[in-house]
Design a protein around this ligand. Structure first.
Ligand code: GDP
Ligand code: MG
Length: 595
């Protein structure tokens, strides 16, 4: 055990975690040169295309240092604020963390929030000043920032460039020398913390864990302490570039088991594995609870695909423990699921993964945060969909979630950032100058105002020089109302939104205008109306289409006609028929694009 080191890499997004991980894999010859590709651990297509890490990835390396052999378990983590749950899971499985800071950018909001997560778990922090090859690298200034932030000595900061391969040996030496070896009793009762799982359609579910005490052998009868489910460990092994079977995994190490588990629900990240015969007395203290921030409905485009969607959601959830959902019905859309997401990026990714990995075509409905509604009967109802809102006569008052937002930017943008936050009903709480040119601002803001398009606006007004981090701080009373949308006089529940009363009229008007642009023309006129309660507050009309598309095929070439129809059908993806009106996916997101 004294030759094992478990570490993760934490940083603000784009500061170079994945690139640095590539260099570590190369340097330790975990990956042969010819198998090397950039951002090797980002193995999902989506991650590669977007250039971001969505999931944590574990990989084991061998490293010889001063003639001794070490096993290094690296866990790469995502940096986006939506995925801090993944970060906290990885952190719980490690003794140390490389804290990467981009020398040209300096400390950003998620540098700080991820550092706090790591310090909260008592991890040894190794500060790395990365991208020192860049002409814009501010080595002295950013070193000062790091020293201020973590209270380390200047000499402890390792200078590196993932791109040029500078400092990689120093980093590996620091991992061995500074990060403590894992503790634990290999002879004790088995306690292994599950920090990830992967669905494999051939072999069932792969469970990835860190062993704290005891040893897990091939063939052992094991049980999940929270769910109580029992299995046999058919295969036990370590995660290299591929899975490598081993006879056992012992205390301190990271590994996987395959045990024929087919049901996604039976594996819970954060659960503890133990033996059936000689169980541990207690589970390892798990991770923080997942707190979904944004809720939306997910519906199959084809109503007949509901059961298939359910199965896909279950598999996806196994790979994404932060996704929560339950069945829901909508008058307009039929059977679907109400889902909780960590943020808008997470929601987009879930939708895309359902389409790519499970070949589902889905519609996501208007996203919403979760409100607390106190009724005149003195009850509290949690509302995460407009349809759950009680009749206004039964509502005593409503509370909405508030966050504390930390924004780091250049001083020249302070004025516009404050103006933006005021417009979003925010209250400024603090303003600290980190250096003469960098400011940290904190605000209390309603979550509903920032979770949707705030970050894009912040980036625009600061020309990209602003980073944002936030955490939930509680609920505060607000006057929220339900804004309904009617198409040809029929209320479409999936288009309703809960909005602040002061903004409701303006939003209703603009939402109708936006929908007029987004709804495709039909053979008949479509009336779009916005209403609060019984009161209509806005109206727009989509004019009827003059000509039939098929008229183009005048002369009646049947096969051409059919081709055209098929083409239309394909183009119809992500479109739902409600009554006799077709609603495209964008229409459900229109409420987010009003500003
Ligand atoms: P991550 O989001 O923290 O995983 O960051 P990535 O590893 O994906 O890197 C983000 C961007 O920075 C990519 O375009 C990399 O090519 C670039 N990059 C990473 N490390 C370095 C470095 O040391 N020097 C320079 N100049 N660019 C780097
Ligand atoms: Mg990455």
């Amino acid at each position: 055990m004294e030759n094992i080191r478990n570490f993760c890499i934490i940083a603000h997004i784009d500061h170079g975690k994945s690139t640095l991980a590539d260099r570590l894999l190369e340097f330790t010859q975990t990956v042969k040169k010819r198998d090397m590709q950039a951002q090797l651990l980002d193995d999902m297509d989506l991650e590669r295309e977007r250039g971001i890490t969505i999931k944590s990835h574990a990989i084991q390396m061998d490293y010889v240092y001063k003639d001794k052999k070490y096993v290094l378990n690296l866990i790469d983590t995502p940096g986006h604020v939506d995925f801090s749950y993944e970060v906290s899971r990885s952190i719980a499985a490690c003794e140390g963390a490389l804290l990467i800071v981009d020398a040209a950018q300096g400390i950003e909001a998620q540098t700080i929030s991820n550092l706090y997560l790591a310090l909260g778990q008592d991890l040894e922090i190794i500060p790395v000043l990365n991208k020192i090859d860049l002409p814009g690298a501010m080595i002295e200034e950013v070193s000062d920032q790091i020293v201020d932030l973590i209270g380390c000595k200047r000499e402890e900061i390792i200078h590196a460039s993932g791109k040029e391969g500078i400092g990689i040996g120093d980093i590996l030496a620091a991992i061995v020398e500074r990060i403590p070896a894992p503790e634990g009793d290999p002879k004790g009762e088995l306690q292994a913390l599950i920090f990830d799982s992967v669905f494999n359609s051939f072999r069932g579910i792969e469970v990835i864990f860190r062993v704290y005490n005891g040893q897990i052998n091939k063939g052992d009868k094991i049980k999940f302490m929270n769910t109580g489910k029992q299995y046999e460990a058919d295969e036990v092994g370590v995660l290299r570039l591929d899975k490598e079977p081993r006879p056992y995994i012992s205390a301190g190490d990271v590994g996987y088991i395959i045990s024929g588990i087919k049901e996604a629900r039976e594996v819970k990240v954060g659960d503890t594995l133990t033996h059936v015969d000689r169980p541990a007395k207690e589970a390892i203290r798990g991770f923080e609870d997942v707190k979904p921030m944004v809720f939306a409905g997910i519906y199959p485009v084809e109503t007949s695909e509901f059961e298939e969607l359910r199965a896909s959601m279950e598999k996806l959830q196994l790979n994404d423990a932060s996704l929560v959902w339950e069945p829901e019905t909508s008058a307009a859309l039929g059977f679907g699921f109400r889902c909780g997401f960590l943020g808008m990026l997470h929601m987009e990714i879930v939708q895309e993964r359902l389409e790519r990995e499970f070949d589902m075509t889905v519609i996501t409905t208007v996203p919403s945060v979760q409100f607390h509604c106190y009724t005149t009967r003195g009850e509290m109802v949690k509302i995460s969909a407009p349809s759950e809102m009680p009749d206004p006569s039964l509502i005593d008052y409503i509370e909405e979630p508030y966050i504390k937002a930390q924004i780091i930017s250049k001083s020249e943008y302070v004025g516009s950032i404050i103006a933006l936050c005021m417009d979003k009903r925010g209250i400024i709480k603090n303003q600290i100058y980190l250096t003469s040119d960098r400011v940290e601002l904190s605000f209390d803001l309603p979550l509903s105002e920032i979770v949707f398009d705030f970050f894009d606006r912040l980036k625009t007004i600061s020309r990209g020089y602003a980073s944002l981090d936030y955490e939930l701080i509680g609920f505060r009373e607000s006057t929220m109302v339900k804004l309904d949308i009617m198409l040809n006089g029929e209320k479409v529940d999936a288009l309703s939104a809960i909005v602040h009363r002061d903004k409701a009229y303006d939003w209703g008007k603009r939402l109708c205008e936006k929908l007029r642009e987004l709804l495709p023309r039909q053979m008949f006129e479509i009336a779009i109306q916005a209403a609060i309660g019984q009161k209509i507050i806005a109206r727009e009309t989509v004019k009827a289409m003059r000509k039939n598309v098929l008229a183009k095929c005048y002369g009646g070439d049947i096969s051409r006609k059919r081709k055209l129809l098929e083409k239309q059908k394909k183009g119809k993806k992500r479109m739902r028929q409600v009554g006799n009106v077709e609603i495209p996916q964008e229409a459900f997101m229109a409420v987010l694009k009003l500003e």
